[in-house]
Design a protein around this ligand. Structure first.
Ligand SMILES: Nc1ncnc2c1ncn2[C@@H]1O[C@H](COP(=O)(O)OP(=O)(O)O)[C@@H](O)[C@H]1O
Ligand SMILES: [Mg+2]
Length: 254
């Protein structure tokens, strides 16, 4: 069963032009999917639909084998456990007044999960390479890269099957970026990653398959290795040509 299956998804913001056009793809367990496209191509909008924050004007979004119905509260609660997001801005995603331990434990209560924060908070801190006593500190005590680790830890606490990361390293300096990519690569061997990026090096480092979005349309899709070696679409070739390579950790197998 596919983790996600989209068929013919169209989407327009209420006050705007159409942003997504006939998007279809499936995400299978064990593959990590990259969504590559320039700024404004519709990547974050597509993630909103995967998260169930909005529904398509046409077409369907299925997750874990059944359609998302935003009015079905039980269905959406299960979905919030199934998939968790990590966003670009590690500053915006943490409440500065809340200690890390509480911030990490919050989803357990919010989703009513049968998990014990006393064991789960240390588990996720260890998973992202932060010391256990981080739980007692406030977000102010951490650097940008550490805050992004905390945001990832928070996404992991519900034990999701899929992690959706929207430009998770774009706001970080280069050396921090490499270390967060290494962390995501390690996590991507345990669960399924969907990585949104305008940077092909990030997708290449983490993903086995990718789709390329141009102005809300998929112009190319397939194994990352194949697309990097022989991009078929001029837009993809342009994206590949315009970007410097960064030192990549071990690539996920396709
Ligand atoms: N809340 C919104 N209301 C109206 N238009 C939006 C909104 N968010 C994004 N858009 C528009 O949708 C298009 C795609 O944006 P987005 O999904 O954020 O692209 P990306 O993440 O690839 O940069 C852009 O033209 C953007 O201006
Ligand atoms: Mg975006």
């Amino acid at each position: 069963m596919s983790l996600f299956r989209l068929e013919g998804v169209d989407y327009a913001y209420p006050d705007g032009a159409q942003v997504l056009h006939g998007i279809s793809f499936a995400l299978e367990e064990g593959e990590n999917l990259g969504i590559l496209g320039e700024s404004g191509s519709g990547k974050s909008t597509l993630l909103r639909l995967l998260l169930g924050l909005d529904r398509p004007d046409a077409g369907s979004v299925e997750a874990d084998g059944s359609p998302l119905d935003l009015r079905d509260r039980a269905r959406m609660k299960a979905h919030r456990r199934f998939v968790q997001p990590v966003f670009q801005d590690p500053y915006g995603s943490l409440d500065p007044r809340m200690r890390i331990g509480r911030a990490l434990a919050e989803p357990i209560a919010a989703l009513g999960l049968p998990l014990d924060p006393h064991t789960e908070v240390p588990r996720v801190l260890a998973a992202v390479g932060l010391p256990e006593d981080s739980a007692r500190r406030s977000p102010r005590a951490f650097s940008g890269g550490q805050r992004q680790r905390i945001a990832i830890a928070r996404a992991l606490i519900a034990r999701p099957r899929v992690l959706l990361a929207d430009e998770p390293v774009s706001a970080l300096d280069l050396s921090t970026r490499v270390r967060i990519i290494e962390l995501l690569a390690a996590l991507g061997r345990e669960l399924t990653l969907v990585m949104v990026s305008h940077d092909v090096a990030v997708v290449a480092a983490l993903c086995s398959r990718m789709i390329v979005l141009e102005q809300g349309r998929i112009v190319e899709a397939g194994p990352v290795r194949r697309i990097l070696e022989a991009p078929q679409h001029p837009y993809t070739r342009r994206l590949l040509a315009s970007l410097p390579r960064m030192p990549a950790p071990e690539r996920t197998t396709s």
